[in-house]
Write a protein that binds this ligand. Structure first.
Ligand code: ZN
Length: 341
């Protein structure tokens, strides 16, 4: 398969074009922005310092809530917020029933080390199973979303985003933090004040994507309509600091290991917490002919925070069939692996 000679986007990526040097249109478009990146990152660090300076200590219990999977990026975000700002932190984990045992241990270790409180929400298996079986078989979300993540991931992350915001509103927490990697979300959105109109606008198409029966069982995880008025003056800022702080995967792992974090040995190459990810990737690759993480990893290669060879190894490796089968079996779906006896 033909890949961009600069990043690693493949010829199967929708809308991609290559020039005479084999460089893709996304790389060309980003060239000038990348040159200005160090300056921009410094500006964002300063903006975050100011924002936190103005908010810290003003809320009744917590300065920030973090969407916390126990993976390396969100663990490191928690550490960073503690080291740099000494915030009162609440870590929130969405238990999708596929979190590895090791991740729960990591969550405990990092929360203890950073002094964060921890809460988890675990929807019943019947709800999650229906949601994952639906999204395993069908791309229910708008097409642009599926350029950046599989339908299964999009469903899960949508619930995470909604639940952390809902918790922030209910507990009057002024900052909502995410551990997006520098390739996952652009720096332009790395510090953003939310408001009722924006949240309602983002949530509506996402809710609409579900069939009525599932939508009904998920309703309690969405932002209730009355919150838009009730909490209208208290909508938090969203931040994802890894977009503008130094990011080096090996260094991050080294620092976390110093706090008792260990990389799980049972996840795929793109996740350090989720046992559903390999299956989610495989469903996406079969339907779309590109890997759902390729956008994120290509961004990181382009930014120079990940080597091209490493990126290729993460993306252009077959999904572990053992992990795929584990997820299929748990979801009660037919096993897709071809076996010869
Ligand atoms: Zn490229």
């Amino acid at each position: 398969m033909k890949l961009c000679t600069n990043c690693i986007l493949p010829e199967t990526f929708p809308g991609i074009r290559f020039d005479d040097h084999g460089v893709c249109n996304h790389c060309r478009r980003e060239e000038s922005a990348l040159q200005k990146a160090p300056e921009k990152k410094a500006q964002y660090r300063e903006r975050l310092d100011q924002l936190i300076g103005s908010l810290k200590g003003t809320a009744p219990a917590y300065d920030a809530i973090l969407a916390y999977s126990g993976g390396k990026d969100s663990s490191y975000t928690l550490k960073l917020l503690q080291d740099r700002y000494s915030l009162r932190l609440l870590a929130f984990t969405f238990d999708n029933h596929f979190v590895t045992h090791r991740s729960w241990e990591n969550i405990k270790a990092i929360c203890d080390a950073t002094g964060a409180d921890h809460i988890a929400v675990r929807p019943p298996w019947s709800v999650m199973k229906k949601l994952f079986c639906l999204t395993a078989g069908e791309d229910i979300f708008p097409a642009p979303t599926l350029l950046r993540a599989s339908a299964i991931c999009t469903a899960c992350i949508g619930l995470v985003k909604s639940l952390v915001l809902k918790t922030a509103l209910e507990m009057d927490i002024p900052l909502v933090a995410f551990g997006w990697s520098p390739g996952q979300a652009p720096i332009q959105s790395a510090i953003m004040k939310t408001n009722p109109a924006l949240v309602r606008q983002n949530q509506a198409p996402w809710i609409k994507a579900f069939p009525a029966e599932i939508s009904h069982s998920l309703a309690r995880y969405f932002i209730p309509e009355r919150y838009y008025e009730l909490h209208q003056d208290r909508f938090p800022h969203n931040i994802h600091p890894l977009a503008f702080f130094d990011y080096d995967e090996e260094e991050i792992k080294r620092q976390l290991e110093g706090l008792g974090w260990q990389a799980p040995t049972d996840t795929d190459t793109n996740s350090t917490n989720c046992l559903l990810n390999a299956f989610a990737n495989q469903c996406h690759i079969r339907r779309h002919r590109f890997h759902p993480y390729v956008w994120e990893i290509a961004n990181m290669v382009r930014q120079g925070v990940m080597g091209r060879e490493e990126g290729i190894a993460k993306i252009y490796t077959d999904q572990s069939q053992e992990m795929v089968e584990y997820a299929q079996k748990k979801l009660g779906l037919p096993q897709s692996a071809q076996r010869q006896d």
